[in-house]
Design a protein around this ligand. Structure first.
Ligand code: FE2
Length: 467
C-alpha cells in the first residue's frame, strides 16, 4: 500500500472519521498550543519523536498525521519503512466545512482517547447507512469475532439493500431494534425478522404487539462478548429508547446533532425530552459518539461533549423553560407520512401481515406465482390489463378478473381507486402487467403485484380459465 506518498484531504478524512472511525488513528504533532486551540475529535497529541513508536503499535489501522510543514521532511525520512500513515493537509478547512472541532475547554476529554483503549477500537462492527427520502440513518453494529449483529432503525425502502449488505458481511443478525415507533417512515423490522430470523425489539411503552422483545430501561442484549444497553429516553415520543454500544450511543430522535426531535405528537413532551437528554444521555462519558436517527444537514455523528457545548436547544446552560419555549414556538407542519407510518409501524411495519399474497421482489417489481394467485384469488382484486379481444381470446381469463386495459384506461382507474387494496395485475406473459404494477407503485399503491408468466403460464399449469 503506497499510502505514505499520499495525503488525505479534510473531506476524505471526515468521511472515514465519521463512518469508520475504528480504522483511523489521528496523530497531531503540532505545538500543544495550536492543538489546544482546536483539533479533530479523537486526535491524540504527540511529539514528532513519538510518531514512529506509535506507528509500530497501531496494527492494521491507518495513522493520519497532522504536523507542521517543517517537521514533515524529517518525519518522511524517519517513517520510510512504514506504509500505514498519511499526512493531512489544509487542516484549516476542517473549520470551513463547519465540522465539529474540539476547543480547549474540552480538550482533556479527547486527549489520549486512543491510549485509553477507546472503545471504537474494540473489534466491533459498525456501519452507518442512509435512506434519503426520510433522511433516516440505519446502523449495523456487531461483534467481529462472532459476527453477531444488530440493525437499528431499518427502513422499508432500503430493506433489500440492507439484507444484501448483511449477507455480504456474513453477519448473524440477532436483533432488529427500533429507537421508537416512527412517524416519518415505515420500519423494515417485521420483514427483516421474516428474512433473517432476527428478533425484533422496541420499548415496552410502545404498545407494539408484534415484536419479540419489549425492552425495559437498562436491559442488555449481547452480541458476542459485547453488550447493547437500552436506555429509555422519552420525550420525542413516550416510547423512545436510545441504545449504547461500545462507546457509541444511538439516540433516535431524542438527541439530534445540534437539535432534537419534535415533541408535539405521539405523547411527546418537551419536559420529558429535556430530562432524558440531561439526566440520561448527558451522563454518558463525554467522548461517547452520538449517532442520531436523522440528519438533514449532512452531519453524520457528534459526541456528548459537543452536544453539551453546541446544541442550541439542549446545550448545557439551556434551562427546561428555554427548551419548552423553543419547542412550543417551532410550529412544525403535520408529519407527512404519520397516517401511513404509525399504523404500519405498530404492526412492525409488516403491511404484509394484512396481505394474503407472497410477493418476491424481482428487479424492483413484486412478483407472485400463478399458484399464489389461484389460491387467494377470492381475497384480492385481479386486474387484467390486456385488450378486450385477448381477455376473451385464446388464453381466456381468470374467474373474477376485471378488464382494465393498460394505458389511459388503467391510469384513470388507478387514480380513482384505493391505494391500500391488494391487487394482482395480469396480462399475456407478464410484461404489461409488470408495467402496470410499476405504474401503481409510483402512484403510491402499497400492495400491488405482478403475476409472473401471465396467462400463458397459467394455461400451461392447467389452472381453470374462463373463455
Ligand atoms: Fe421520530
Amino acid at each position: 500500500m503506497e499510502t505514505k506518498k499520499m495525503a488525505l484531504s479534510c473531506e476524505q478524512l471526515y468521511e472515514i472519521w465519521s463512518s469508520e472511525p475504528e480504522l483511523l488513528v489521528v496523530l497531531d504533532s503540532r505545538e500543544k498550543e495550536l492543538f489546544n486551540k482546536g483539533h479533530i475529535p479523537g486526535a491524540t497529541h504527540i511529539t514528532t519523536n513519538e510518531v514512529k513508536n506509535t506507528l509500530l503499535k497501531i496494527g492494521e489501522k491507518l495513522a493520519v498525521i497532522i504536523c507542521n510543514d517543517n517537521d514533515k521532511e524529517k518525519l518522511l525520512t524517519e517513517l520510510s519503512p512504514f506504509n500505514n500513515f498519511m499526512f493531512l493537509h489544509e487542516c484549516k478547512r476542517w473549520d470551513i466545512l463547519q465540522l465539529p472541532i474540539v476547543e480547549k475547554s474540552i480538550d482533556d476529554i479527547n486527549k489520549n482517547l486512543i491510549n485509553k483503549g477507546h472503545k471504537m477500537n474494540s473489534n466491533s462492527i459498525f456501519f452507518q447507512l442512509f435512506e434519503p427520502e426520510s433522511s433516516t440513518y440505519t446502523y449495523i453494529i456487531g461483534d467481529s469475532k462472532t459476527k453477531e449483529a444488530a440493525i437499528i432503525d431499518p427502513v422499508m425502502e432500503t430493506l433489500d439493500r440492507d439484507i444484501k449488505f448483511i449477507k455480504e458481511l456474513d453477519l448473524k443478525l440477532l436483533y432488529v431494534l427500533d429507537t421508537h415507533v416512527h412517524a416519518d417512515h415505515i420500519t423494515a423490522a417485521g420483514e427483516m425478522r421474516k428474512q433473517t430470523g432476527a428478533k425484533t425489539a422496541v420499548s415496552l411503552h410502545s404498545k407494539v404487539e408484534c415484536v419479540d422483545l419489549l425492552l425495559e430501561d437498562g436491559q442488555e442484549l449481547k452480541l458476542g462478548d459485547k453488550t447493547i444497553k437500552a436506555i429509555t429516553t422519552p420525550g420525542h415520543t413516550n416510547s423512545c429508547m436510545s441504545f449504547y454500544f461500545e462507546g457509541k450511543v444511538f439516540t433516535g430522535d431524542t438527541l439530534l446533532i445540534r437539535g432534537s426531535g419534535r415533541t408535539d405528537f405521539q405523547q411527546g413532551s418537551s419536559e420529558n425530552l429535556y430530562h432524558s437528554v440531561h439526566n440520561k444521555l448527558y451522563l454518558l462519558p463525554d467522548e461517547t459518539v452520538v449517532y442520531p436517527a436523522h440528519d438533514y444537514r449532512g452531519f453524520t455523528s457528534s459526541t456528548i461533549a459537543l452536544e453539551k457545548k453546541f446544541n442550541p436547544r439542549l446545550g448545557v446552560g439551556k434551562s427546561i423553560d428555554d427548551f419548552t419555549k423553543i419547542m412550543n414556538e417551532l410550529k412544525l407542519p403535520y408529519p407527512k407520512k404519520i397516517d401511513v407510518s404509525l399504523p404500519a409501524n405498530l404492526k412492525c411495519g409488516f403491511m404484509k401481515e394484512s396481505r394474503v399474497l407472497h410477493p418476491q421482489n424481482v428487479d424492483g417489481i413484486p412478483e407472485v406465482t400463478n399458484e399464489d394467485v389461484y389460491k387467494n384469488k377470492t381475497q384480492i382484486r385481479l386486474i387484467d390489463v390486456r385488450r378486450p379481444d385477448e381477455f376473451n381470446g385464446e388464453y381466456g381469463h381468470i374467474e373474477g378478473a376485471e378488464l382494465v386495459t393498460l394505458g389511459e384506461e388503467l391510469t384513470n382507474w388507478l387514480s380513482k381507486n384505493d391505494k391500500n387494496q391488494e391487487i394482482a395485475f395480469i396480462c399475456r406473459s407478464g410484461g404489461r402487467s409488470g408495467n402496470a404494477t410499476l405504474e401503481s407503485l409510483k402512484l403510491g399503491f402499497t400492495k400491488t403485484v405482478n403475476m409472473t408468466g401471465g396467462m400463458i403460464m397459467w394455461n400451461e399449469k392447467k389452472l381453470p380459465t374462463i373463455r
